[in-house]
Design a protein around this ligand. Sequence first.
Ligand SMILES: [Zn+2]
Length: 548
Amino acid sequence: MKNSALLTLAAFTGLVSLSATAGASEPQWQKDKSYQLTILHTNDNHGRFWSNRHGEYGMAARKTLIDSIRAEVAAAGGQLLLLSGGDINTGVPESDLQDAEPDFKGMGMIGYDAMAIGNHEFDNELAVIRKQQSWVDFPFLAANIYDEKSGKRLFKPYQIFTKGDLRIAVMGLTTDDTKKLGNPEFMGNIAFTKPVDEAKALVPELQEKADVIIATTHMGHYQDAAFGINAPGDVTLARSVAGIDMIIGGHSQDPVCADAQGQMITKYKAGMACMPDTQNGTLIMQAHEWGKYVGRADLEFKNGELNLVSYQLIPVNLKKKVKNAEGKKVRVLIGDEIAEDAKLKAFLTPYQEQGQEQLQQKIGSVDGKLEGDRGVVRFQPTNMGHLIALAQMEKVGADLAVMNSGGIRDSIAEGEITYKDVLKVQPFANIVSFVELDGKELWDYLSVVASKPIDSGAFAQFAGVDLTITNGELKTASVNGQAIDAGKTYRMAINSYIASGGDKYPALNTHSGYVNSGFVDAEVLKDYIQNNSPLSASAHDKGNVIRN
Ligand SMILES: [Zn+2]
């Protein structure tokens, strides 16, 4: 017994060391030689392959910028990697309706080396993700996503790039909130393990195989690791796992910027200087969202050490409003103008046209008018107000929802409904969010929003809650037929605009129970209409609010 156990153990360790030797290449870098390495990064593309109506961002201009940096780095004898922090999918109908084909193929043409998988990649079923992988020749990386049945990883955990004498490992990690945030239908047999555990297990292996270790993640940057009820993000990862040189992040959609003293800048504006957040010797970077910036880190590798030489967030044709000579507000470029790459622009144009055409197709129908006229929706509860709030509530599994009537910009007439109709109602692309509040917090919040005056955009619409409001004062409130209980926790859906204090609502986006689902409001409404048509206009009449 004892002997055979020993033998097995010996055979096992023998096997491990053998395979480790076989898999590991030897360091190629030369003593005292300095190597230049440039890492470029973007994250949270969210369907923004095309520039916006002010000519900001867009993949064609991004390509021009990246091509020029590539040429500069190559001329100086340096090496370059281009990485994405994930969430390529979801956010712009023209992209969503085509499974983000222009976005992925555009990334291929720009020459991305690898991407992290974001939670929004799972807004589609796995077969769509596999199709998206087939469109490009760079890897989708995730060390912590498994097939529950086979116990096998669904994606490559890491890739090792040989760049001149340097071996660079890039591992992918995805927020383990993905299952909580996304569509359960698409994630039945998929398990998301804890990124920190996977990284702890992988880093020693990567240290044998590579000179530089980068994590490209989609976990969010939460300052000082204050992640609230979100899953832990990049700061926790850096503090928990030694040996990661850089984290290229995404998900929280921040420009992650520290000042020269290392203090995080909370109100970063394009054009300001920006340094990565440094935690436990790990550089953490994130380039806001949508390709608004390309993050550029220039590093020096020497004698096994990697040091940051310079860092910048380069704005991609971002503009600011200034007053011109006549006192009129006009938009002017913040940085240098970046021309659009003609070849990529020509490639993307048919997708943009096709997407716009698809917006005209029928998505559902309604048997009466859904009331969103400004003169009505800002004065009384309406079926449109209730419908929008209900769609958001159901999307994030909330108990109730609050919607500001100022965010409702049009009605929908009886009959067929198109995506374009929905975009007229909700044109702002606010993000559906939720917050978990105790009963007292919820009562206090509802008291404030119930008191918002008529004829203002702040006038509130509700779903999932019965209210009595007398002269603007909240008298009764119940959820699921039960009066609000101070000791219970409630989940309330709201949009990102009011969450951040818009329409003078109490700000909740810094509450520890706040979660940004990442879903655009118009898409949430479109999905609800698609799944519930034909809609009954009267079923949504007024919701359950009594005002007297
Ligand atoms: Zn995300």
